[in-house]
Design a protein around this ligand. Structure first.
Ligand code: FAD
Length: 291
């Protein structure tokens, strides 16, 4: 099912969609392991599942479309295949789009991808695309329902939140019909951003991306990569459970659940859980949201 239709019916019923993100498992037997992970996630009844792709050619990026298609066909749950354009030539992007079509993908999250760092396979590769907005019309022409990424605290390369929202508007103008946010740990950031987006003329649904912290290492890597801020309650929990990984993990899940409940109570357009392929995370989120 198309994601814009899912949001449209949610608006009518007043029940915001709850969705999950998963990634193609690394290593061999990706599809078999993905089927296992996706199968478990699907039993929880999400409105859709999005599948990441690795920019720059690493991490089984070739399996994204196959996994998205398997979620739709084998488990009858709607799916979104991520597609990055950084380091792609026009020919390479056309080939990627053809693969997505051949796999039966209906919904695509159009992304630029992070800039390749020295030593990565894509470093120095020619790229015909600078921004995600450039590929959205191409994907729309091919008949996909297209979403894009939104940044409640601004994108890491953009110091000015208002400018980040202007860039978001460019993606809506190019044809994006829904947005998924980057993770955030303080809902106030999202409410401020949603207000700015509204004033800037963003009318398509924005679903809130929430990721529980699992360990100090995981969360440090995340915040350094994406520039999301750590509020003091999270820092205190990280300090409190520094030498108790099990309790820290549970504290991270509980914190994310409290965020989700607060967002739902504020009537957000949707909640998107970064499950990291962990069914216990997804289950806790669904229970918190009364699903
Ligand atoms: P863009 O929208 O192109 O923006 C990139 C930067 O350019 C921003 O700073 C923006 O403000 C600026 N900008 C945009 N337009 C203009 C303009 N016209 N002029 C000047 N500046 C401009 N990465 C992956 O590799 N694989 C994934 O599967 C993946 N999934 C993601 C899912 C979500 C929900 C999110 C939030 C991010 C995801 N990412 C993924 C990370 C994403 O690729 C990075 O955040 C990347 O750095 C930016 O991608 P974008 O599509 O938002 O870029």
């Amino acid at each position: 099912m198309r994601i814009d239709s899912i949001f449209e019916s949610a608006r009518e019923t007043g029940k915001p969609p709850v969705s999950f993100e998963m990634f193609p498992p690394k290593g061999e037997l990706t599809l078999d392991r993905a089927r296992e992970a996706a199968g478990e996630l699907c039993t929880l009844g999400p409105d859709f599942i999005s599948v990441t792709c690795s920019a720059g050619g690493g991490g089984n990026f070739g399996q994204t479309a196959a996994i998205a298609s398997m979620i739709q066909e084998d488990f009858e749950v709607s799916s979104v295949a991520h597609l990055t354009c950084m380091s792609l030539t026009q020919e390479q992007l056309s080939a990627r789009i053809a693969d997505y079509r051949a796999a039966g993908v209906e919904n695509v999250l159009a992304l630029r991808g992070d800039k390749p760092v020295p030593g990565s396979p894509a470093y120095g590769a020619p790229s015909d695309y600078a921004y995600a907005a450039e590929i959205i019309p191409l994907l729309r022409e091919e008949g996909f329902c297209v979403g894009a990424a939104a940044y409640p605290e601004g994108h890491i390369e953009c110091d000015d939140l208002a400018l980040s929202v202007e860039h978001l508007k460019l993606k809506q103008d190019a044809g994006a019909s829904f947005f998924v946010t980057q993770l955030f740990f303080d809902n106030e950031h999202f409410y401020r951003f949603a207000d700015l987006a509204d004033k800037a003329g963003i009318t398509v649904p924005i679903t809130c991306g929430i990721m529980p912290f699992m360990s100090r290492k995981q969360i440090s890597r995340m915040v350094f990569m994406c520039g999301a801020s750590l509020p003091s309650p999270v820092i205190k929990l990280l300090a409190k459970y520094e030498s108790d990984p099990q309790s820290l993990r549970q504290a991270g899940i509980d914190y994310a659940c409290r965020q989700l409940i607060d967002l739902a109570n504020h009537g957000v357009d949707g909640c998107h859980v970064y499950t990291m392929n962990r069914v216990d995370v997804a289950r806790a989120a669904m229970e918190a949201l009364g699903r």
